[in-house]
Structure formats: C-alpha cells, structure tokens
Design a protein around this ligand. Sequence first.
Ligand code: 8YV
Length: 307
Amino acid sequence: GIDLLKGKYDIWVNPKDKLLTKEELKEIAKASDALITMLADPIDKEVLEAGKDRLKIIANYAVGYNNIDIQKAKELGIYVTNTPDVLTETTADLAWALMLAVARRIVESDNFTREGKFDGWKPELFLGTDVYGKTLGIIGFGSIGQAVARRAIGFNMKVYYYQRHRLSSEKEKALNATYLPLDELLKVSDYVSLHVPLINETYHMLNKEKLSLLKKSAFVINTARGPVIDEQVLYEKLKNKEIAGAALDVYENEPQLTPGLKDLDNVVLTPHIGSASHETRSRMAQMVAKDIIQALEGETPEHLIWR
Ligand code: 8YV
C-alpha cells in the first residue's frame, strides 16, 4: 500500500509503534492531506477540526469505523473510507477457528502437550464439545455473518440469524439460515457468533439480561467489537460456569482485558487479528492507498462510507 503512494506524496509513518496522543493526532491532522487510520486512532471532533483546512481524506484501515466521528467529517467535507469486502472471508475464518478452538479445547491441549504433560492416551483427556450438527446463532448478518453461515453448511449446523432487517426467503434458503428475534436466538443456540458494527444500538447488546438467556452449554464468539458485550458480566458468567465458554478476538477496553478473564480455562483469547492474514492485509493496504490517490486527485474515493 505504501509503495503505491511512495514517490507521489511525502509519507510520514508513525515510527514509535505506539498510539499517538490526542495532541499528536491533532498536529498530524493539521499537517496532512490524507490520513491512514486504524481502529485505535480516535478521530474525534477535535482532531477533525484541527485538520479541516487541509485534510481531504481519512482512509480507515478497517471495515469498522467506530473510531471516527463520521458526522463531523462529513460536515467538514473530509472523505472517510473503509475497507469493505476484502476482509470478509478472513474474518469469518477466524470466527470459525475460534469456535472450533474453544469447543475442542485446542489451546489448553496445545499448552498441555508443550508442557510435556502428555504421558499417554486417556479416554477422558480434554473432552470437548461437538460443533458438527449443532445450532449456530449469528448476530449481525451482513457480509461477515453470512460468510460464517456459509461455512456452517459443511458442518451440518442449524443456523439462525438476527439483525434489524430480514433477508429475502431466497437469500435465507441459499444460506441455510432462519431469522429469529434476538431473545429466541440466544435461547436456542449452542454457539453464538457476533458480527454487528459498534453503533449506539449495539453497545452492550449482550448485557446481563441477554447473556442470561443463553444455555449453560453455550459458547460465545466475538470477532466484531468488544463493547457489544458487557465483558464484566460475560466474565462472571464464564467464571461461574453459567455459560460453557467464550472465544474473543476483541475486548471492551482494548487492549485491556477484564481482570481475571485471562485466568479462565474456558476462554480462548486472540489480540484482534480478525483480518490479519498476509493476503487480506495487503488487499486492505492497496485499497486504502487507491482511495487516497483518488481523493487527492480530485475524484470521489471508491470506498467512501456515505456514498
Ligand atoms: C482492522 C477490524 O484491521 O476491519 C476491522 O473493522 O477490526 C480489523 O480488520 C483493525 O480494526 C485495525 O484498524
């Protein structure tokens, strides 16, 4: 991605490999025509105001853009773009990897084997839970949720989905998925996978009341955004074995984890790597660079959020 921009523009890359402070972000916004931002860069009103005289585009290196005050950017005439589609399958793969890992206790077993504790086959060593033939509830049925559903066909799963808008019955049929209201979905699912964006309506979508609807044998998988689950309540339910397990790639206060979460053995935790494959990150980088070139050459960038 950077290679596409090199030679055309002066490029400044944050050399510190750590997050910029608000003041630093404001300074850079003020001195730049384009910004490439990550989820962890909060582009709020103040940063946008600082950049309003020069900044033409903020190209978010992510499909989600809850880190940016979109309304304000629009008001100031600053384009905001994201990276849709190119990370759909990779993120769905991770949701599946996490689901299988937590169900079959892969991480625990791996640690056990590495630690030299494997001293022979035992009939009850690391008994897990089947995935094949179970019920999968998908919350948020956009492209990533649908890609997760497609994989479930090979696992002979019963798939339910919940989102604001129901799909056509042809689409439901093609994906082998049936709509259920959220409460119903939570009550019947063996695995619940989240694929909603973080917006006001999805903040703590799985709160105490909703998490209490889950079966004791249920697993929760989150590759969407941490704040869609009340992480403290989730932690307590996992600790008290009121739900069977969770596999999380995102956290409510990233990169901080709820105290105690990492000490539970019924969780699998990854550090926000949903789109982290060589192929996908390269596609995202090129997309971001191309959108910047379009914006700086006076065109409307292809992946403008409010197009
Ligand atoms: C990003 C993501 O890589 O696309 C998203 O929304 O969460 C990831 O793919 C990450 O957010 C860094 O911006």
